[in-house]
Design a protein around this ligand. Structure first.
Ligand code: ATP
Ligand code: MG
Length: 232
């Protein structure tokens, strides 16, 4: 185990459960990063941190193993031995999301701009940070200077992604970063194979979400026509 100060432990212990701390230290021992430097975003299901490796900044996405809701819901059966089985099953589901996100990123990377995934263990995913000194802003917080050009690039990325066999399935102004006026897609845990029977429906939903956002900022878009074009 790498050396860590008492204060360091305290910080980790306040934020993470023991299992997650062990996973983080495994990654440190394996040399993926030197330590977490600062929190970046607290999401619904995950906490995103910045980490340092040499002079590079990385992103460490940590899925929470026990959400508040889960704890509340299952408080009353905590003493029941079957609870431990349930807990294990829940963890397995979370681990499979992480693996799915890693694999989707790896594949998407062949075709479009996404963060390069470096590795994952259990509920923790390590990837490239998009941005220079700071993480790039989400599209919702940095409106492109040329909306039309950005929209076209985004649509192009959706098409290319589809060709490589993936539908993002949670695409919105939250999961697109605006880095140097180019779209970078992130948050691929819901990414779905185009072979899935719901793939087309999910892609249509992604496009509807995009159109709704860009329309709000003044672009005139006919979603039906865009969908027709994409499918042709
Ligand atoms: N590779 C990255 N580079 C820069 N910033 C990132 C990167 N990955 C995540 N972020 C930042 O962290 C935020 C949360 O990341 P992400 O969308 O992957 O998690 P989430 O929304 O919590 O996931 P979920 O929807 O699965 O709960 C992003 O909106 C973005 O601001
Ligand atoms: Mg997100």
């Amino acid at each position: 185990m790498p050396k860590i100060s008492k204060e360091g432990w305290k910080i980790y212990k306040n934020v993470f459960d023991e299992f997650t701390i062990k996973t983080i230290f495994k990654l440190i021992t394996q040399g993926y990063f030197e330590g977490l430097t600062s929190p970046c975003k607290i999401g619904k299901e995950s906490n995103v941190f910045l980490a340092k490796k040499n002079n590079e900044q990385l992103i460490v996405k940590i899925y929470r193993l026990e959400s508040c809701n889960f704890n509340k819901m299952y408080d009353y059966i905590k003493s029941d031995p079957r609870y431990s089985k349930l807990k294990k099953q829940r963890r397995k589901v979370i681990f499979s999301w992480v693996q799915r996100e890693y694999r989707n990123l790896l594949k998407a990377r062949e075709a479009i701009n996404v963060p390069t995934p470096y590795t994952f263990i259990n509920n923790v995913l390590v990837m490239e940070m998009i941005g220079d000194d700071e993480p790039a802003l989400q599209l919702k917080d940095l409106i492109p200077e040329n909306l039309e050009s950005f929209f076209n690039k985004t649509l192009d990325a959706v098409k290319k992604l589809y060709k490589t066999g993936i539908v993002h399935a949670d695409l919105s102004e939250f999961n697109i970063l605006n880095y140097n006026e180019k779209p970078y897609f992130i948050d691929f845990s819901q990414g779905t194979s185009v072979k899935d029977q719901r793939a087309e429906e999910l892609m249509e939903r992604d496009i509807w979400n995009l159109c709704r956002f860009f329309r709000r900022y003044g672009l005139e878009l006919n979603t039906e026509e865009i969908l027709k074009k994409i499918k042709s």
